[in-house]
Design a binder for this molecule. Structure first.
Ligand code: AGP
Length: 610
């Protein structure tokens, strides 16, 4: 979950690198560093604990023009978030300089062997061990060969950018498990862990594959495998995603992205529905078209918020299409012995398209012969490419670590998929038409909720001084309760648990203390009266109940302490509306506690390590 950027070109490398780091900061922000070469080939390294703005201040004295360099933002895996552990790291002889994203699993034995040969290490990191190892093989002018030789001894995941003190105009990249994309421009070459960090001069791009290295230099680029065999790459035009680099007037990306949802929801279904026929059209799934009838079982695998979207998908697909669905944590699925046959479809859901566990689960499913498809936000990401087909959710760049707009767009994509399957079997065109009429009403209903955000900010006040709370929901609202709890944990650091409402009496009710906040998602559904009973069980123990319910339900007021109303919507699409107040609640509580909701402690936007 670190950010990597490298640049060779005619612009000032330091400026280009700092700008790239800003676009990468959401991937990790414990510490940051850069190494730049001036026109005379002298190298300057600056690194510091803290954020990119701290590095900018710390490297302000580097005012000359620099022609090349590498830079890094860190999410600490091995070694605390300190200046010493920040990247770039250099070999003890100073010849090799590198930055790394990933985890080297055999770094300790490698470190011990290198120390026995006289190496001395400054940091606690695994990365420094790679620098020392490369230096052991390095002969002047042959950097990519030395990197390949060193990596032959390495186990684990890496995305590397390496430079040599005596080769200022060369950058070597290497990938195994952590993404790297190469940018090609008329007057520049660049490399980054995320395409959105590439400099403006990048006009075409290609992605490194696992076990592949690239040499960037004055003569252009060339790629080889770890076995030093030339490889050829499919170069594509680079259409930079319109990233609203500022916050568009919002205090944080998280709030901006919450408020973007009326638009991003519409972007997800636009061009994919035939309202007059009650049909969904998902061109990205065309490769599976012939097999859609054959699937008897669908496994959906993901992590975190995407896993919550998968749980909503389970309800939707089983309810609408009558096909059995199992939802699996990707981190579990990849190590289990899943039963997969020719009638199994495996859907992987990922906002970033780079989550290591989800990528590994995808590869496991493919290796076992399953049909696979991705539901991904980041176009061109590793999971999107390796899935081969799927549905892009078109939520746009999501920069806040806490995922909001991607979640609702993932649910829309799953709804469209469920409708596509259902209309092939049990759903009539009239039913399909009615569902689509509900779907297209969502943007204005989300606006209705967002226009009353201040009501949520007022409710957030009851969480002042609280350290524990519960989120409850039944049926399709249970995953929403889980998602609301995760949002609160991530950005406010308040311990929150989501449970099926009926599960309370099997233990969790022991947690209820006077005035303990309990958020209940009580949309008008088939078991609504039972949800009211659960609320009464909480009130009997003087818990404080905050209800999210459907407008017009005035009767609930006598059972709860606070209520927030959402517009009427079909139960199948209700998670899109019930989750919005929970997103806002987490945001306002975090801000009230003085936290930066965009960069919560210990977290990173894309978990590209196990
Ligand atoms: C969500 O707010 C978290 N940032 C986290 O749980 C995230 O959903 C998870 O890491 C999966 O990420 P992905 O969707 O990019 O695969």
């Amino acid at each position: 979950m670190c950010g990597i950027i490298g640049y060779l070109g005619d612009k000032n490398a330091k400026t280009v690198l700092i700008e790239g780091l800003r676009a990468l900061e959401y991937r990790g922000y414990d510490s940051a560093g850069l190494a730049v070469f001036d026109r005379a080939g002298e190298v300057f390294i600056r690194k510091t604990e803290g954020k990119v703005k701290d590095l900018e201040r710390y490297s302000a004295s580097l005012s000359a023009e620099y022609s090349s360099g590498i830079a890094h933002t860190r999410w600490a895996t091995h070694g605390e978030a300190t200046g010493i552990n920040a990247h770039p790291h250099t070999s003890s002889d100073g010849r090799v300089i590198l930055i790394h994203n990933g985890i080297i699993e055999n770094y300790m034995p490698l470190k011990k062997k290198l120390e026995s040969e006289g190496a001395r290490f400054q940091s606690e990191t695994d990365t420094e061990v790679i620098a020392e190892l490369i230096s052991k093989f390095y002969e002047s002018g042959r950097l990519i060969e030395a990197v390949a030789s060193a990596l032959a001894n390495v186990q684990g995941s890496y995305g590397l950018a390496v430079m040599a003190r005596d080769m200022p105009g060369t950058i070597v990249g290497a990938r195994n498990g952590s993404p790297l994309v190469v940018g090609i421009g008329d007057s520049c070459l660049s490399i980054a862990s995320d395409r959105n960090a590439l400099p403006a001069c990048a006009r075409r791009i290609f992605y490194l594959d696992d076990g592949e290295l690239v040499h960037l230099g004055a003569e252009g680029y060339r790629t080889i495998s770890l076995a030093n065999v030339e490889t050829t790459k499919e170069v594509e035009d680079f259409h930079r995603e319109i990233q609203h680099s500022d916050r568009a007037g919002y205090p944080h990306y998280m709030l901006k992205e919450i408020f973007e949802q009326p638009g991003t929801i519409a972007d997800c279904y636009r061009g994919r529905i035939l309202p007059q026929e009650g049909l969904a059209r998902l061109g990205g799934l065309d490769p599976l078209d012939e097999r859609l009838h054959d699937f008897r079982r669908i496994i959906i695998t993901a992590c975190g918020t995407s896993w919550h979207a998968a749980l909503v998908g389970e309800y939707l697909i089983e309810e609408l299409a009558g096909i059995a669905v199992e939802v699996e944590y990707a981190s579990e699925f990849r190590y289990r012995n899943p039963i997969i046959d020719a009638h199994t479809l495996v859907l992987v859901i990922s906002q970033s398209g780079e989550t290591a566990d989800t990528l590994a689960a995808l590869r496991e499913a493919k290796m076992r012969g399953a049909a696979v498809a991705g539901i991904v936000n980041a176009t061109g990401s590793t999971i999107a490419r390796e899935a081969g087909c799927g549905i892009y959710v078109h939520a746009g760049l999501e920069k806040s670590v806490a995922s909001t707009k991607a979640f609702t767009s993932q649910v829309i994509a799953l709804f469209l998929f469920a409708l596509r399957l259902a209309r092939m079997t049990k759903l009539s065109s009239d039913q399909g038409i009615r569902y689509l009429a509900e779907l297209v009403s969502l943007p204005r209903k989300i606006e209705n909720i967002l226009n009353r955000a201040e009501e949520i900010r007022a409710i957030a006040g009851v969480f002042r001084g609280k350290s524990n709370c519960l989120y409850l929901g039944r049926g399709i609202q249970f995953p929403v309760a889980l998602e609301g709890a995760l949002k609160l944990k991530e950005v406010s650091y308040i311990h929150a648990e989501g449970y099926p409402a009926a599960e309370m009496k099997h233990g969790p009710i022991a947690l209820i203390e006077p005035d303990m906040p309990v958020v209940v998602v009580a949309s008008r559904c088939g078991v609504y009266e039972k949800v009211i009973s659960n609320i009464e069980e909480i009130r009997a123990r003087r818990g404080m109940v905050i209800a999210i319910t459907t407008e017009g339900n005035e009767g609930i007021r006598r059972h709860v302490d606070h209520v927030f109303y959402i517009p009427e919507i079909d139960e199948a699409l209700s998670p899109i509306l019930t989750v919005i107040p929970l997103q806002l609640l987490a945001y306002y509580i975090a801000v009230a506690k003085g936290h930066d909701p965009d960069m919560p402690r210990n977290l990173a936007k894309s978990v590209t390590v196990e």
